[in-house]
Design a protein around this ligand. Structure first.
Ligand SMILES: Cc1cc2nc3c(=O)[nH]c(=O)nc-3n(C[C@H](O)[C@H](O)[C@H](O)COP(=O)(O)O)c2cc1C
Length: 525
């Protein structure tokens, strides 16, 4: 009898676990459960009681890197439209932390006109891309946030699809990364095409740049701008790396590379080897396509930037935009020494570059973009105050679509199906669900950036300057951020006419875009 009861209980248990496994496999909301049926629940249970456990035995809310728990939880909650507020006050040691930034609010915050029920927040860029150089396809991005370069190859097909669909819903651009524009980028999101040293998607048999191929791709996809990659913060001076294990037949065909060996693109460009040649290359592409053309780089030796700014003063040639990536930036795969030690962090590197353009009076002619853990309201606001017109986000976007910071991007074993080409792991990522998550995150981020800007008393984040920030120091002192960064009054603001327009309008959000986004989000949910 006892044996029968025992067998019965075991049978029920097994039956229950089989039902759970079937449910996990069929549902499409949670990637981890689809990829790891039944045992995946352990993660959610541990996640639920993790804060209490960690509080005593492992880490506090601010210890983990690259993104601490507070940061990850904020992205997760924002992307799921859950409560992303925190109670009981800050747990940061405000008075003990080095370089702690304080945003100085106004006694009279800016109150924007009320938003309609259909309106969602996207903040339009305060500069028109390509306008200063009269590009035929100059445009004003509807969203100051966009998805930073991450190639198909380093990312899975469903991840790229989710990001592209999310970009369409949130009206933000999606940077292709150096692996070329692919069919997975063709889901409605505007594309920024990144051209790296491998010229993937626009190269000839010998691996040299081919303008005709570039034009063919541009004719097929909604490419809004071309970004020439000089370097990225996690591995400047190293070139791209796609480990052999992640190269499928499709990726090999798209890139025009062999299978079975790591795809390592050269550390520097073959089409230009100095600033003059680079500017000629930029102008050649801009004239042939009509698109704004810019560069992405981390910051190391400054002679390059000084020469670039100097050569742009006469207005004959120039880049339309400059993306500065901080040394703290992410990557699919890189040598540790490069990630840890090569190039300045964003807050050191960006101001050095901006200064070269500001002192020559040509900062208005360039759109500045920042990246490097800037996908949070307070860091994005500081980036605006330093002179960024736009913010690009990579890993924060991945967190929004389900990344759990497993830090296995280089192994092809990403448990969230994002940085892998493993069919089983990819299957868990439902692009439809995750696209909405990304869109929610991007819209919420802009909403909170705007709330901070309004608290400072201005109607648009581009009007926030370093005078709105202080840095706490020893003996309870507070130092002006403008002094600390060595900025002159008036730096980092948009062109005068644009400032006047933003003040006159009084609301930085884009009503029309928001109505469209709202409809797209409802349809997808
Ligand atoms: C998986 C992955 C792949 C990336 N691939 C590229 C790339 O192809 N080209 C590039 O310029 N940067 C690449 N990056 C760097 C990001 O575009 C971005 O500059 C950097 O991660 C900083 O932004 P974040 O702090 O918001 O992640 C990649 C980053 C990640 C995480």
């Amino acid at each position: 009898m006892v044996t029968l009861i025992f067998i019965g209980i075991i049978g029920l248990l097994v039956g229950f676990l089989v039902l759970v496994a079937i449910y996990d496999l069929v549902q499409s909301k949670h990637t981890i459960l689809r990829n790891f049926p039944v045992i995946g629940h352990l993660r959610y249970i541990l996640e639920g009681i993790g804060p209490e456990l960690r509080q005593y035995i492992v880490t506090n809310n601010n210890q983990e890197r690259p993104f601490n728990r507070d940061e990850r939880s904020w992205v997760y909650a924002s992307s799921k439209k859950e409560n992303n507020y925190y109670g009981f006050g800050t747990d940061n040691a405000i008075e003990n932390e080095l370089n702690y930034l304080i945003i100085k609010h106004s006694a009279f915050p800016h109150s924007p006109p009320p938003r309609g029920p259909e309106e969602l927040p996207t903040i339009a860029c305060s500069k028109v891309w390509g306008a200063a150089r009269g590009r035929a396809k100059a445009f004003r991005p509807e969203s100051t946030i966009y998805i930073s370069a991450m190639s198909y190859g380093s990312l899975s097909a469903p991840a790229v699809e989710a990001l592209n669909k999310g970009a369409a819903m949130a009206h933000c651009m999606h940077n292709s990364g150096e692996g070329s524009v692919t069919p997975h980028h063709g889901h409605g999101g505007d594309i920024m095409w990144q051209i790296g040293t491998g010229y993937f998607g626009c190269r000839d048999e010998e691996g040299r740049f081919n303008l005709e191929k570039l034009k063919e791709v541009i004719a097929r996809y909604p490419v809004r701008a071309i970004e020439i990659k000089l370097s990225q913060g996690a591995k400047p001076g190293h070139g791209g790396v796609l480990p052999a294990g992640k190269i499928t037949e499709e990726i090999a065909a798209i890139r025009g590379i062999p299978m079975g060996v790591d795809c390592v693109s050269p550390s520097s460009h073959r089409e230009f080897t100095n600033v003059d040649e680079m500017l000629d290359f930029v102008e050649m592409i801009a004239q042939a396509t009509g698109l704004p053309v810019g560069i992405k780089s981390a910051v190391g030796q400054m002679d390059f930037w000084q020469e670039l700014a100097e050569k742009m003063v006469d207005g004959k040639r120039g880049v339309d935009f400059i993306v500065i990536d901080g040394g703290e930036g992410g990557t699919g795969a890189a040598p540790l020494a490069f990630s840890d030690h090569v190039s300045y962090p964003f807050k050191t590197g960006f101001p050095r570059v901006y200064r070269e353009f500001a002192i020559r009076g040509i900062a208005d002619n360039v759109v500045f973009v920042g990246s490097g853990k800037l996908g949070f309201p307070q860091s994005a606001l500081l980036a605006h105050a330093l002179g960024c017109d736009m913010i690009s986000v990579a890993r924060e976007a991945l967190l929004a679509i389900g990344c759990i910071q497993a830090q296995r991007c280089q192994t092809n074993k990403c448990p969230a199906g994002i940085t892998t080409q493993n069919k089983w792991l990819m299957r868990g990522l439902d692009p439809q669900h995750k696209s909405v998550r990304f869109a929610n995150y991007a819209l919420n981020l802009q909403y909170e950036i705007m709330e901070l800007a309004n608290a400072c008393g201005v109607p648009h984040p581009s009007l926030v300057t370093l005078d709105h920030f202080d840095i706490l120091g020893e003996d309870f002192s507070a130092r002006s951020a403008r002094d600390a960064f060595g900025y002159e009054p008036g730096w980092a603001l948009p062109p005068q006419a644009e400032q006047e327009r933003l003040w006159a309008e009084g609301k930085g959000f884009q009503a029309k875009a928001r109505a469209k986004s709202k409809a797209a989000l409802s349809a997808a949910e």
